[in-house]
Design a protein around this ligand. Structure first.
Ligand code: ZN
Ligand code: ZN
Length: 339
């Protein structure tokens, strides 16, 4: 059957060909207006009720048009182009409609409202606003490298959380009692980050809320998350019960260790370690490189490279390369097995 309008092409939809169907009426209900709010301090933009910190105004307009324009026939593919008509506060919007290869451009003028307003991040920031403190303390004083490592870990996690919670920022940080305090704009993000730090370092978290006033008609609590790091870290050497171990990883209350006598990997709970007493006898940086000289029956002769002393030890049950590391605990020398 031919199209009832043009009589030339095949009828495809409601007795019409694609071209005549596209021309039969309009298919777009444009939004009543497009409003974009921009923060003059940080260039964040608000679309609807949400602030975005990774979009330009142009992207915000397009996003708003895409979200709020109604397409009255879902068989159509629609592409949107627009330009701003200066001084008229209007957008000249072209909706490019496609249907089985046929195209039609539908044009609409949409009122455009552009405002400047401080975003919540910036307005709170200027008011010293914060909701939570992550207080990080260690049973052993943290050295510079550890503090830098912790800083980096926290910054990375704040950036990650900002994707979910764009209002998050770090108001300030202070070094205190050998640890660090981070003041954050959010309780929920504070909790997430405190838990991540705890998991990473095998630490415990304690929450203490304090009533801090009234906000939007409700009691407003500030929460301090105290994160207490144990004195051992990944890479440390510990003696515990009758064994000597190197800590490989700490996760969810479990410590993965390698037994220095057998080279076997074992698991100890943090609780058992604490309850039954342990001693840290060396850190990663205390390891000394050694070179194997020769083997003789059950013994292996090697030279360490710090004072160039030569030793003979019983060959361990695990494989030892030509170059390896040793660690010393008083009179005892251990070959560090490879994990
Ligand atoms: Zn036709
Ligand atoms: Zn801002």
């Amino acid at each position: 059957m031919k199209c009832v309008v043009c009589g030339r092409k095949e009828a495809k939809i409601n007795g019409l060909c694609e071209e005549c169907f596209l021309n039969s009426r309009s298919f777009i209900k444009p939004p009543r207006n497009v409003e974009v709010v921009k923060c003059p301090r940080c260039d964040g933009v608000r679309i609807g009720n949400t602030w975005h910190y990774d979009r330009t105004v142009d992207e915000a307009i397009l996003e708003s048009l895409t979200k709020n324009s109604r397409i009255l026939d879902d068989r159509l593919d629609v592409n949107i182009k627009y330009s701003i008509i200066e001084n008229m506060n209007m957008l000249d919007v072209e909706y490019i409609l496609s249907l089985n290869g046929e195209q039609k451009v539908e044009r609409h003028g949409v009122p455009y409202i552009f405002k400047k307003q401080l975003c919540p991040r910036c307005s709170r920031f200027s008011g010293d606003y914060f909701e939570s403190i992550i207080q990080i303390r260690s049973d052993r004083e943290m050295n510079r490298d550890e503090i830098l490592d912790l800083e980096y870990f926290i910054i990375k996690n704040v950036e990650n959380e900002q994707k979910r919670n764009p209002d998050l920022y770090v108001l300030k940080k202070e070094s205190r009692d050998g640890g660090m305090d981070y003041y954050l704009s959010s309780n929920s993000s504070g909790r997430v980050i405190a838990r991540r730090v705890a998991e990473r370092y095998g630490a415990s978290v304690k929450e203490s809320p304090h009533l801090a006033g009234v906000k939007e008609g409700k009691d407003f609590y500030r929460i301090t998350f105290s994160v207490r790091l144990p004195d051992y870290r990944e890479g440390d050497f510990i003696s515990w019960r009758n064994g000597v171990f190197r800590v490989l990883a700490i996760k969810r209350g479990q410590i993965k260790v390698i037994n220095l006598r057998t080279g076997e990997i074992e698991s100890i709970t943090q609780k058992d370690l604490k309850d039954q007493g342990y001693r840290i006898f060396a850190r990663s940086e205390d390891m000394v490189k050694a070179v194997k000289l020769y083997e003789e029956k059950d013994y292996m002769h090697f030279m360490e490279t710090r004072y160039y002393k030569v030793y003979a030890v019983k060959k361990p049950s695990f494989n030892v390369r030509k170059e390896f590391y040793i660690v010393i605990d008083g009179d005892d020398i251990y070959i560090v097995p490879e994990a």
